[in-house]
Design a protein around this ligand. Structure first.
Ligand SMILES: [Zn+2]
Length: 322
């Protein structure tokens, strides 16, 4: 099947009590690792591209790699989505350039300005058969060009969501309920430590999610910054010359709970980066004489595939839903 929008996959996810994974793609091995897992697990998927990915890999290369995945995985519904579109021009360029979904992120701007720019993107996107994700509330953390300190972050105000969705016409809404971008989602001061000395983050604000869902029945909600930062990858990185003390993510049980509610799309990027880096660090340590990139990119791609399969089955619940 050709690239699809997220409309049908979100409706099924909402009704079925699961979420679709949205994974960031930056190179061929990442595209292959994600989509091979989805093909095997019969899972729909959103492949998303950030502004930083377009700067790194080039728009055309990314679109053509995703088109190759569509051809190689004929049974999997795949949407191609712009992650964190910063302005109308970037969204327009992706809409004109073959994407089926875009995010306009004006969440750091005042409410009325956010409404105005989002509405403009929605009008252009809908005229071209493309869907739009918008954001209300501000996540903390670092993702490519998006950097927000904990002090400047804020939870979504549920009382604003109906007006925002009605005025903009957006198709899905990213909200802030305590997730965060990057591999250091919380400072040690924000957390407690378990008996093993591992940081335990503050719980997500499910009360905010419930209030939003009550005001927007049937409307798909999106969670950004939802990597779990698996400790086995962090340990591998630290054991093989890396230095990532106190890297921490969102517990998988909390994401599973969100997926069973109105959350239809869960964004995962850092866990892909960690899987690749951990695998390559270990490989270099164990094979200091190897120098063929295929030798270490092959297990790295496999690590992405295994990690994604785990998410599809145990976190998102979207396996078998393609
Ligand atoms: Zn994000």
């Amino acid at each position: 099947m050709p690239l699809v929008t997220t409309t049908e996959m979100f409706k099924k996810a909402y009704d079925g009590g699961y979420a679709v994974g949205a994974f960031n793609v930056n190179n061929m091995e990442i595209v292959q690792g994600i989509t091979e897992a989805c093909q095997e697990q019969h899972a729909p998927v959103v492949l998303q591209v950030s502004k930083g990915a377009r700067a790194y890999a080039n728009h055309t290369y990314l679109v053509k790699m995703v088109e190759a995945a569509v051809k190689e995985c004929p049974d999997v519904p795949i949407a191609l989505h712009l992650d964190h579109g910063p302005d109308f021009e970037t969204c327009k360029s992706c809409i004109d350039g073959g994407f089926t979904s875009v995010m306009i992120d004006c969440s750091s701007k005042p409410f009325d300005e956010n409404v105005e720019i989002t509405k403009k993107v929605v009008e252009y996107a809908h005229a071209h058969g493309v869907v739009v994700e918008a954001e209300l509330g501000t996540l903390a953390g670092v993702e490519d060009d998006v950097k927000v300190s904990a002090e400047d972050s804020s939870y979504t105000h549920p009382e604003e969501v109906e007006e925002f969705v009605t005025r903009t016409g957006c198709d899905s809404l990213a909200i802030a309920i305590g997730t965060s971008h990057g591999a250091y989602k919380f400072t040690p001061e924000q957390c407690t430590r378990n008996e093993k000395g591992i940081l335990v983050p503050p719980p997500l604000r499910f009360d905010v999610l419930e209030e939003v869902s009550k005001r927007l029945p049937g409307f798909p909600i999106v969670l950004h910054g939802s990597s779990s930062v698996p400790q086995n990858f962090v340990d591998m990185i630290n054991a093989h010359g890396g230095k990532m003390p106190d890297a921490i993510g969102i517990p998988e049980e909390e994401l599973r709970k969100a997926a069973s509610m109105s959350v239809c799309k869960i964004n995962i990027d850092s866990d892909i980066r960690l899987a690749i880096t951990a695998t390559i660090r270990e490989y270099f340590d164990e094979h200091p004489d190897h120098f063929d990139p295929r030798q270490y990119l092959k297990p790295a791609r496999q690590a992405v595939k295994d990690m994604v399969a785990h998410k599809l089955i145990h976190v998102l619940g979207c396996n078998g839903k393609a």
